[in-house]
Write a protein that binds this ligand. Structure first.
Ligand SMILES: Cc1cc2nc3c(=O)[nH]c(=O)nc-3n(C[C@H](O)[C@H](O)[C@H](O)COP(=O)(O)OP(=O)(O)OC[C@H]3O[C@@H](n4cnc5c(N)ncnc54)[C@H](O)[C@@H]3O)c2cc1C
Length: 476
């Protein structure tokens, strides 16, 4: 069992901060002998927040810091998340950098031991034209791993819970940030205060907002961001595949309505992520299983004739390119046997917050940047934030800085922002290329697809994004 809600387990070491720091909120925590003061409070125990807690618990230079993680949803144990044989509808493709982080914080063995982990070393990307598309195969290297969200989160939270310095407080919600003045210097010794849904208060030298795309703290601070709604939803479900040699392959096809992806899972299951316009998404959600299965098969298998695309034909003849003439059925996808889960959908948008940090406050993961799932990079960017923020906090500790120091936090922001922006631009560019249905762009895209498959450097641009390298990194 997880040790949940440990507000009464207030440790002696907090006294140091009580003597030093003045808090503005009155605490209602009767059991507390430290007025609910922590060094760090992480708001949100999703993938990114729970990894942050593990990272702080595991690091020799930060493991003396008292950390609280607040999560509003009830927490599931690893056993609970794997009790159903059928994989959950939410899965993530984790890249190598994230897996390395999991290994370094000691959680990878737990995740692997669930046997709900599927490595892939091939990616196939194509569209509706019948052209062969992009095929990337890395015989010597695993490109990434597909894992259910729930399995990864529960493993991370179980690991976080094993660290002496980490308290997991759940299920409780942060309602508001109180008495916070962004212009207050850290030298004034006033700590920001978080009001919880049980009306108790927590204070921290550093608040880490890992509370996802609808971050309450970000909203309250009225931080500006730039982005757009794709007017799309991702319809997701779990399917069972027939016999196939392709359990190591991630498939993605760009339809005129948006991309549809098939992510292979262990034991012959797979996850479908079908991004499409809102109207079509609602239609797909309302279909019965048999009709949805039929639509799904068609979406991967049917090919659109290219002979009425004059620009495309012109390019093909000039460059001597031949469409494969094969349907998706003949080229790619393993047989889809049945739908084995309910369907759900998620709205899709891109969003980037201008400011990741303020004195004593810092945002990581989707709380500061959201991307389209077509490249499978949202969490992976968040995990890179975790790594960078841990290093920054470690440096603050080693150099004797306050861990909420604005200048030190800014260094984290300066490290992560360019990387996040580059990846976001890369994904948005791919989205625009692949969802633009004008004849010229379609022709160029198809020309590009065929061309890309034979030119390793160009092909790597797209495959690189799947592996976690932005287009801009590849061409610098
Ligand atoms: C269909 C789909 C497929 C995707 N596939 C991939 C993929 O293959 N690879 C990839 O890298 N990314 C993928 N992503 C993106 C990925 O899901 C997100 O980037 C990731 O979930 C962000 O994690 P997070 O921890 O930052 O935020 P979240 O997952 O949103 O977690 C935030 C947590 O904070 C909690 N919380 C929120 N508010 C409060 C509060 N006030 N008090 C307490 N707790 C609070 C929530 O309960 C939640 O647990 C996909 C996204 C979608 C929609």
């Amino acid at each position: 069992m997880l040790k949940i809600i440990k507000l009464n387990k207030i440790n002696q070491s907090y006294r140091i901060y009580n003597n030093t720091y003045r808090t503005l909120c009155t605490t209602n925590n009767n059991n507390s002998n430290n007025n609910g003061v922590y060094d760090i409070v992480i708001v949100g125990g999703g993938l990114v927040g729970s990894a942050m807690a593990c990272s702080l618990g595991n690091n020799n230079n930060t493991k003396h810091l008292k950390v609280a993680l607040i999560e509003s949803s009830p927490i599931q144990t690893v056993n609970e998340t794997t009790s159903n044989k059928i994989p959950d509808i939410r899965t993530i493709s984790f890249n190598h950098q994230t897996i390395d982080l999991f290994k370094s914080i000691g959680v990878w063995d737990t995740i692997e031991s669930t046997k709900r982990v599927n490595p892939f070393n091939q990616v196939r990307v194509w569209d509706t034209s019948g052209f062969e598309g992009i095929h990337f195969k890395d015989n010597n290297d695993i490109m990434g791993y597909i894992i259910e969200n729930k399995v990864a989160v529960s493993s991370l939270l179980e690991k976080a819970n094993s660290f002496e310095n980490v308290d997991i407080i759940s299920p409780l919600t942060v309602k508001s940030l109180e008495n916070y003045n962004p212009n207050t210097s850290t030298t004034t010794n006033i700590l920001p205060c978080l009001k919880l849904s049980n009306d108790k208060d927590l204070h921290a030298k550093l608040i880490i907002g890992a509370d996802g795309g609808n971050s309450i703290i970000k909203k309250q601070l009225k931080l500006n961001s730039v982005g757009r709604n794709y007017n799309q939803r991702a319809v997701v479900c779990t399917i069972k595949l027939g016999k196939s040699d392709h359990n190591d392959t991630l498939f993605q096809r760009f339809l005129t309505t948006g991309p549809i992806a098939l992510l292979p899972l262990a034991d012959g299951y797979a996850n479908i992520i079908w991004s499409t316009n809102n109207l079509h998404a609602n239609y797909l959600l309302e279909l019965d299983d048999n009709s949805f299965l039929e639509q799904l098969k068609n979406s991967f298998l049917s090919s659109v004739p290219t002979n009425n695309n004059s620009v495309f034909d012109a390019l093909s003849s000039v460059f001597n390119l031949n469409p494969s003439g094969l349907s998706g059925n003949e080229i790619y996808v393993p047989p889809i046997e049945s739908i084995v889960s309910k369907r759900a959908s998620f709205p899709l948008r891109i969003d980037h917050t201008f400011q990741y940090t303020m004195p004593r406050i810092c945002f990581i993961g989707d709380a500061s940047h959201i991307v389209h799932p077509m490249a499978g990079q949202g969490v992976n960017l968040g995990m890179a934030d975790v790594k960078a923020l841990t290093q920054m906090i470690e440096q603050s500790v080693q150099s004797g800085y306050d861990i909420g120091d604005a200048m030190m936090l800014k260094r984290f922001e300066e490290e992560r922002k360019p990387e996040n922006v580059k990846m976001m631009l890369s994904i948005d560019t791919l989205f625009n290329i692949f969802t633009n249905n004008s004849i010229a762009v379609t022709a160029l895209r198809n020309f590009g697809m065929s061309f890309l498959n034979h030119v390793p450097i160009l092909k790597n641009l797209i495959v690189g994004v799947s592996k976690g390298n932005s287009i801009l990194n590849n061409i610098k």
